[in-house]
Write a protein that binds this ligand. Structure first.
Ligand code: ADP
Ligand code: MG
Length: 212
């Protein structure tokens, strides 16, 4: 399966979720490859930081921030159980290519009643990709949800019928994710029993269920 984390908005958690899904599936014994499709290379940076700190290698991160991504990804997918694409911010060609490569598109978004979760451009590109890939599945993933935010809950509950649909698993706003980003680690390595680690485990299971 090739899962792409895409949203032209920056800071919504594409890289964070990509790395944590990869870590979770690796720990379950699956062969995972992360494709860093962001020219800024934050997933590659995380991986390099991890190597510097001599933390054990869990999965490979490949830099492929180019428009031929959809032609190169299937080769990688043959040697892995799951390929995860960490998407670029506002680069139409790259985003198109990632959409053509994916079996499942996850759109991380911070719940807010004030603006849309993805740009109109992002949703237009998704529709465009579906012309070529009619079976392309897509889901919103609510990330950085504040605890006890009624607005966040209402926003999500009101949008079960939303297209793309919203995953039931949500990820809270938790400092563990920022600590993990800095140290080349994952939240379950820093705090195995944390809420953050449990949310990631639930998300990984739900995503696999959606895709199979
Ligand atoms: N659930 C979360 N809780 C706290 N911080 C988060 C969470 N998700 C992401 N972050 C932080 O927000 C920043 C942006 O996240 P990132 O994954 O880099 O977003 P994107 O790849 O979409 O630009 C990073 O510093 C990251 O550590
Ligand atoms: Mg990123």
């Amino acid at each position: 399966m090739i899962v792409a984390l895409l949203n032209q908005k920056g800071g919504v958690g594409k890289t964070t979720i990509a790395l944590h899904l990869a870590g979770r599936w690796s720990r379950e014994g699956k062969r995972v490859i992360v494709i860093d499709a962001d020219p800024q290379g934050s997933a590659l940076d995380w991986s390099a930081q991890r190597a510097r700190e001599t933390a054990p290698r869990l999965f490979g991160v490949v830099g492929l921030a180019r428009d031929t991504l959809h032609r190169e990804a299937p080769d990688l997918a043959r040697s892995a159980d799951h390929v995860i694409i960490d998407g670029p911010p506002r680069v139409a060609g790259l985003l198109r290519s990632a959409l053509l490569a994916a079996d499942l598109v996850l759109i991380p978004a911070q719940p807010s009643p004030f603006d849309g979760w993805a740009s109109a451009e992002m949703l237009r590109l998704l529709e465009e990709a579906r012309v070529f890939r009619p079976g392309l599945a897509a889901r919103f993933l609510l990330n950085r949800c504040a605890a006890r935010t009624v607005i966040a809950r209402e926003t999500a509950d009101g949008l079960v019928e939303h297209d793309p649909p919203v995953l039931a698993s949500r990820i809270g706003q938790r400092v563990a994710f920022a600590d993990a980003a800095r140290s080349g680690r994952l939240v379950d390595e820093l705090a195995p029993d944390s809420l953050a680690a449990r949310e990631i485990a639930a998300l990984a299971a739900e995503v696999e269920a959606v895709a199979t």
